[in-house]
Design a protein around this ligand. Structure first.
Ligand code: PEP
Ligand code: MN
Length: 483
């Protein structure tokens, strides 16, 4: 399945390899029909035999997530598309196998939970939580190689492909199977933690606002926290938690569906849950559909959403809810074409459009994208989600990749305002964050300056909001709704 002929160019253009002659109008879909299409960001291994061995192992391993869970998420995303709920998606840019560890997982779950509480309070709506976790191991790169210590070396492409240490930069097929087991172990611990009460809201949460020095903000955030804790106390007192909903929550998993051999191996034909649309309207004769059982939600990256490309071909066949990154290079005609290929039956909530333009471009570019979708048969059917991270990455004078908190919030604020003007609904946010005290993005109430970036910069890919910055982002969004 992997070609061996690719000779990656050293330009910043996406990597492309024609694996076979592309067909113009694809008819029959199968989990391998993507192999007939041009593929971008392809993984080219030296040892094909080992790749085949890994893939056949993956094909036999059990699903990591079930179709019942996938359909449940899709129903929740339908509510988001209809403006009845809000979507919070967040996690690392590149998840490492090393993050499959108790504290790292726990701190991220707690952060997402805490942020979701703030958003529920702010937007006055249920919040759907999706973690960029338990499988976010493959990274698209603008260049196949980079210069390290004066030597040209393969770029780090995520733990599923190669390792970050310089002596691990060759693509290693055994990592495909490792990725599965790290995903499964991570999700196992998430499930165990949730069912053991990590999300029990009857327990006091640590809001740690000590770092907020601005007295006005301190008051504002403290008021939000008091409101939330008061509401929880009240619900407990009046016994409003009969269904035990305050003791556990749903947390779904997601990753970029970049490495199609891996995705294909975990794609299974499964019986549709009786409640699902697939079991009703356009029901297949055998009552089954194809599900990607590696994650509940998968998205297509900005570099791999070519209409005639392999990724779109793969994604059009799976039942999971899916995301598509939309940015400055997306034309309006491509946007509509994407929706028509990926969601021909106009299923509400099936597609999340993850918009990422950058604070300086969103005002010019988002309105026309909204108009083309909302003026078509897809009106009110998509989830509009703002990713204020990926259009706001820049390098410091000393070459450190960073993002400014103010730029991130600015894109978010403008996106909220534009949707309001256009009469559409901003249904969610997509953030790169971690539960640890990293120093990768500047600004926020923690007051991180460029000089502080080296203190605890641990990302091997994009800079993430740390715990305090992420929570502050949730406060600011809530503040927007509450005025
Ligand atoms: C990402 O989400 O980490 C990413 C690579 O984003 P994009 O595809 O939008 O550049
Ligand atoms: Mn990223």
């Amino acid at each position: 399945m992997f070609g061996t002929s690719q000779n990656p160019s050293s330009t910043s253009e996406p990597l492309v390899t024609q694996t076979a002659h592309p067909r113009k109008t694809p008819q029959l879909w199968s989990p391998i029909s993507w192999t007939t299409k041009p593929i971008y960001q392809e993984a080219v291994y030296v040892d094909q035999k080992s790749v085949d061995k890994s893939l056949s192992k993956l094909t036999r391993l059990p699903p990591i997530v079930t179709q019942t869970e996938i359909v449940k998420l899709k129903e929740s995303l339908r509510d988001v598309a209809l403006g009845k709920a809000f979507l919070l998606q967040g996690g690392d840019c590149a998840e490492l196998f090393d993050y499959c560890e108790e504290n790292a997982i726990e701190s991220k779950i707690k952060l997402l939970l805490q942020m979701s509480l703030v958003l529920i309070w702010g937007a006055n709506k249920p919040v759907v939580r999706i973690a960029r976790m338990a499988g976010q191991y493959a990274k698209p790169r603008s260049k196949p190689t980079e210069i390290v210590d004066g030597k040209e070396t393969n770029s780090f492409r995520g733990d599923i492909l190669n390792g970050h240490p310089l002596d691990e930069r060759d693509l290693d097929p055994s990592r495909l199977v490792s990725a599965y087991f790290h995903s499964a172990a991570t999700l196992n611990f998430i499930r165990a933690s949730l069912s053991s009460g990590i999300a029990d809201l009857h327990r006091p949460l640590d809001w740690g606002l000590g770092h907020v020095h601005d007295p006005e903000l301190q008051v504002k955030y403290s008021n939000i926290v008091s409101s939330i804790t008061e509401s929880l106390r009240f619900m407990r007192t009046v016994g409003a938690d009969t269904a035990g909903q305050l003791q556990s929550v749903d947390l779904y998993t997601s990753h970029e569906g970049l490495l199609l051999d891996y995705e294909q191996s975990l794609t299974r034909r499964l019986k549709n849950p009786s409640s699902s649309r697939a079991a009703k309207a356009d029901a297949p004769a055998d009552g089954k559909s194809w599900y990607n059982t590696g994650a509940h939600f998968l998205w297509i990256g900005d570099r791999t959403r070519q209409i005639d490309g392999a990724h779109i071909e793969y994604f059009r066949g799976i039942e999971n809810p899916i995301g598509v990154k939309i940015g400055p290079t997306t034309s309006s005609s491509d946007l509509l074409a994407l929706l028509r290929i990926l969601n021909p039956s106009v299923e509400v909530g099936k597609i999340t459009l993850i918009t990422r333009y950058g604070a300086s471009k969103v005002r010019t570019l988002l309105p026309s994208h909204i108009r083309v979708v909302e003026g078509s048969e897809y009106a009110r059917s998509v989830v509009w989600q703002c990713d204020p991270m990926h259009g706001n990455t820049r390098s410091t004078a000393t070459g450190i990749k960073t993002r400014q908190f103010a730029d991130i919030f600015s894109e978010l604020q403008q996106t909220l305002a534009i949707h309001k003007q256009e009469g559409s609904y901003l249904g969610g946010v997509h953030l790169e964050l971690t539960g640890d005290a990293v120093t990768e993005c500047t600004g926020g109430s923690v007051g991180l300056a460029e000089e502080d970036l080296s203190l605890n910069y641990t990302s091997f890919c994009d800079p993430r909001l740390n715990e305090k910055q992420a929570l502050e982002m949730a406060f600011l969004i809530a503040g927007h709704y509450r005025g």
